[in-house]
Each structure stands twice: as structure tokens, then as C-alpha cells.
Write a protein that binds this ligand. Structure first.
Ligand code: SF4
Ligand code: SF4
Length: 141
């Protein structure tokens, strides 16, 4: 019989208590200091050296020839493409990049039904940045 008052007390306590769960994705979860999230690539800083791809232990970075031309005449430059679905967030690429073109972030919501959404290719805007830079002699062909 002592169980009923105990249960009532417990119910009353929980009625006024804030929920322990978070309203994710409505409310973003705070991440711990030093959390390793999605990598950011800064086109302007990339020299296409390929060290990131060479050092990546999980094959998440591919250095592939990409047409960066804005005219009909193609101009290919070897640039990194990130396969986030293979990334183990070791951040070796951040360490290896000699120009700090790969930056850490705390972005963690990477899940997707479509694998294509987890492949980071240079955008058209980034391609024109690369083109301008290479024309000035700032990278490898
Ligand atoms: S964080 Fe590690 S696994 Fe991910 S792309 Fe960089 S080197 Fe590869
Ligand atoms: S991101 Fe850095 S390491 Fe990778 S190709 Fe560009 S400059 Fe080289």
C-alpha cells in the first residue's frame, strides 16, 4: 500500500520537471570542445597538391581532374573531392594540408538517404576561384 503514495510523488515530480530529451533537430545539440565534425574545404587556399588524399587512411578524399573552365575549352585541374560517408574524422587531412585549405568544423548532422549528398565536389563558384588562381600560377596542373 506504500507504493501508491510513492508513485503519486514520482508522477508529481515529473510533471514539473523539464524533459531530459532534446527537441532535435528543432534545437541543435551542443557539442563538446574539440569535437571533430564535417570538414570544410577552402577553394581559395587549395593548391591541388594531393597530400590530403595521400594521407587519408580511409580513402575519403579523391584527387580527381575537374573541368574548371567557364568557356567551351575545357581546363582540367586535379582537386580534392570529399566522400564524407567514408570519413572517420581523424583530421589527418587537416594536419597534412600545407596551405590550411581543410578546416575543422562542429557540423555533425551528416545523415542522408542519398549518398550523393555526402560527396563534396567543388561548386561552380569554387571552380572559377581555382581557375583564376591557377592562371596566376598558384597551383599544380
Ligand atoms: S578526417 Fe581523416 S578520414 Fe576524414 S577525410 Fe580527413 S584524413 Fe580522411
Ligand atoms: S586541400 Fe590541401 S592537401 Fe588537399 S590538395 Fe588542396 S592544398 Fe593539397
Amino acid at each position: 500500500m506504500r507504493l501508491i503514495p510513492k508513485l503519486i510523488r514520482e508522477v508529481m515530480k515529473n510533471i514539473v520537471r523539464k524533459p531530459a530529451t532534446l527537441q532535435y533537430p528543432k534545437v541543435a545539440t551542443k557539442v563538446a570542445k574539440g569535437f571533430r565534425g564535417k570538414l570544410e574545404w577552402i577553394a581559395d587556399k587549395c593548391i591541388g597538391c594531393g597530400l590530403c588524399a595521400m594521407d587519408c587512411p580511409s580513402g575519403a578524399i579523391e584527387l580527381i581532374p575537374i573541368n574548371v573552365s567557364t568557356t567551351e575549352k575545357p581546363e582540367y585541374r586535379r582537386l580534392p573531392v570529399f566522400h564524407y560517408y567514408r570519413c572517420i574524422f581523424c583530421y589527418q587531412c587537416v594536419e597534412s594540408c600545407p596551405t590550411k585549405a581543410i578546416l575543422p568544423s562542429t557540423v555533425y548532422d551528416l545523415s542522408s538517404y542519398d549518398k550523393e549528398n555526402l560527396i563534396r565536389k567543388p561548386s561552380d563558384e569554387e571552380k572559377s576561384i581555382i581557375l583564376k588562381k591557377f592562371k596566376k600560377g598558384g597551383g599544380k596542373k
